[in-house]
Design a protein around this ligand. Sequence first.
Ligand code: IPE
Ligand code: IPE
Ligand code: MG
Length: 250
Amino acid sequence: MIAQSSQLLEPPVNSGLSPAPPKHIAIIMDGNGRWAAERGLPRVVGHENGARALRTVTETCCEIGVGSLTVYAFSTENWKRPAEEVSALFGLLEHFLASELPTLQANNICLKAIGRLQELPASAREALKQTIEQTAANTGMNLILAINYSGRAELEDAVRSVCKEVASGTLSPESFTQEHLQRHLYTSEWPDPDLLIRTSGEMRLSNFLLWQLSYTELYVTPKCWPDFGREDLVEAVRDFHRRKRRFGGI
Ligand code: IPE
Ligand code: IPE
Ligand code: MG
């Protein structure tokens, strides 16, 4: 079990208080393939090392006291990849769920998943469901896996749910608000991310959390995901604490 320690983070300048950790961090775990290619290794080895990085970062987020960590593991566009890579990724997901269960339990982590999970291969879907159930009573950090996820698909699903309410007469178009839509998002139970990290230097969202990232602080590092470790996460959070968030104010 890892004790929570805000000492990992320096207090902001001129403050005697330790900064509050971000409530919610989101990560686009990118660059596994390039990491492997740079080493003359198959892409799947990059994904294996990416899973290792996820364990380290998850543990570090627990130590810092982050409330929720959402990680982009597979997008709805990733089905375009060769069938062998897609199948290796879902195999790795099953392996990750089995091997990480003791770590999740020891750290009191509650596993969740967002995305069109009904379209996952049956065995991966079942493994995910089981691990979610096994960690459901944990009261610590939420680890949210975005799998077969895209922001546009999420909005499509949310709008469809709203349309059904309107069609059934339980909601009038005039009383519809953005808060209403928000309640139909996959992420309705968590606050919007405070910090988005993307590895491997790409400056794009790739269809991740399009609604939720409206006022999220962005942090892009050139490091590929398998190389992103404890110190990198701590540095990203330190950088976040130096930001001045205005939310449209002054
Ligand atoms: C991220 O790494 C993992 C997934 C998208 C599943 P990539 O596989 O996209 O790695 P690059 O971007 O090709 O290097
Ligand atoms: C985003 O990475 C998806 C995940 C990290 C799971 P991609 O590698 O799929 O994104 P693009 O294609 O570079 O935009
Ligand atoms: Mg990529």
